[in-house]
Design a binder for this molecule. Structure first.
Ligand SMILES: NC(=O)c1ccc[n+]([C@@H]2O[C@H](COP(=O)([O-])OP(=O)(O)OC[C@H]3O[C@@H](n4cnc5c(N)ncnc54)[C@H](OP(=O)(O)O)[C@@H]3O)[C@@H](O)[C@H]2O)c1
Length: 314
């Protein structure tokens, strides 16, 4: 007969197994070799779409993908800025030779786009990766919801949620064709805001949470009954130094280039929701351990500093 101590030890081991498995999977996520090359497949050259690619994280991800061997379709709203990025990429000489870079323009915060028409010029391309990077908050001000107009709120919703959703909708048949030859990935770019609900950014936080919900449901939609090979993932983004987050580069606030390298290294990692940048993951884990009240107080303090900084600049 097992003693009480033996029973308790067995229960302890059973409870520990998922924790140890979780820790090992977490470590593996950040040390495993990149699978990005798995998306360079098919009878024709592989293409990636990156939205909001004229600056910040999107531009840095486009550069990383170009260097890894992808042809690119970039999206932006300012022709001058997107063209500068396209020309910069074309001038880049890499070990794997030159690739094609194209672009399209659309104000992602505005309603009423003909999405099918926007992507029609690329309908015969082998698109294997879509990075829905465009997003942000139209204006970060020290004002509550009732001071915002409906038009402003709709703009934030279009920019962060409707634009990626409607673009995905028109691309899906083409992505399923590409997926006949290998894996195809649709990447939604989220934010820690969806987890921590920062004050003065309710629409932004909720729009990113919308993308998170969409990720799992669409991924299951493509997998159920007759799997198509198209997968959806959601990345959490913490502070990254860009035009939208004008702070100093530090370990917790990397440059867009450092963040983009971390993202491209994680492509194809098999996780549906994850932090590409390990320090953000540790910050998030630590915050979850602290509980909501402590995190809320910390987030309020940090948002207060950011709002003051932004108001001084504008
Ligand atoms: N940086 C952070 O700390 C942080 C944190 C959490 C999540 N994120 C997310 O990461 C993504 C990229 O952010 P970022 O920091 O790199 O921002 P960013 O530096 O401001 O760049 C945003 C990109 O999107 C484009 N864009 C913005 N509004 C647009 C519109 N209405 N129509 C078309 N294009 C538009 C910008 O074009 P222009 O060049 O013309 O401005 C730029 O190319 C966003 O989804 C953001 O929510 C960032």
């Amino acid at each position: 007969m097992a003693t009480l101590i033996e029973v308790l030890a067995a229960v302890g081991v059973l409870l520990l197994i998922p924790k140890v498995y979780g820790l090992l999977s977490f470590i593996w996520l950040y040390v495993r070799p990149s699978s990005v090359h798995n998306y360079l497949h098919g009878p024709k050259p592989a293409w990636a779409i990156v939205t909001g690619a004229s600056d910040g994280i999107g531009k840095a991800i486009a550069q990383e993908l170009y260097d890894k061997g992808f042809n690119l379709i970039l999206h932006g709203r300012s022709e001058q800025k997107v063209r500068a990025v396209v020309e910069g990429l074309r001038a880049r000489s890499t070990a794997t030779g030159a690739r094609d870079v194209r672009y399209f323009l659309a104000d992602a915060g505005a309603p009423g786009h003909d999405f099918a028409k926007l992507v029609a010029p690329y309908s015969d391309l082998n698109i294997t990766l879509v990075v829905h990077n465009v997003g942000g908050s139209s204006d970060v001000r020290n004002e509550r919801l009732d001071k915002r107009s409906e038009a402003e709120m709709l703009c934030d919703f279009h920019l962060n949620a409707a634009f990626p959703l409607f673009l995905t909708r028109v691309l899906l048949p083409q992505l399923r064709t590409s997926a006949k030859h290998g894996p195809v990935l649709v990447q939604f770019v989220g934010s820690l805001a969806s987890e921590i609900g920062p004050p003065r950014l309710p629409l932004y936080a909720a729009s990113k949470a919308f993308l998170k919900g969409l990720t799992r449901a669409l991924d299951n939609d493509e997998r159920a009954w007759s799997p198509t090979g198209v997968h959806f993932t959601y990345m959490y983004v913490g502070e990254v130094v860009t035009n939208s987050m004008k702070t100093d580069v530090s370990l917790g606030s990397p440059s867009a280039e450092t963040f983009a390298k971390a993202y491209v290294a994680r492509i194809g990692c098999g996780w549906r929701r994850y932090h590409p940048y390990v320090i953000h993951a540790i910050q998030d884990w630590f915050m979850q351990g602290l509980g909501e009240n402590v995190v809320d107080r910390f987030v309020m303090k940090r948002m207060g500093e950011l709002v003051v900084q932004l108001e001084k600049r504008s």
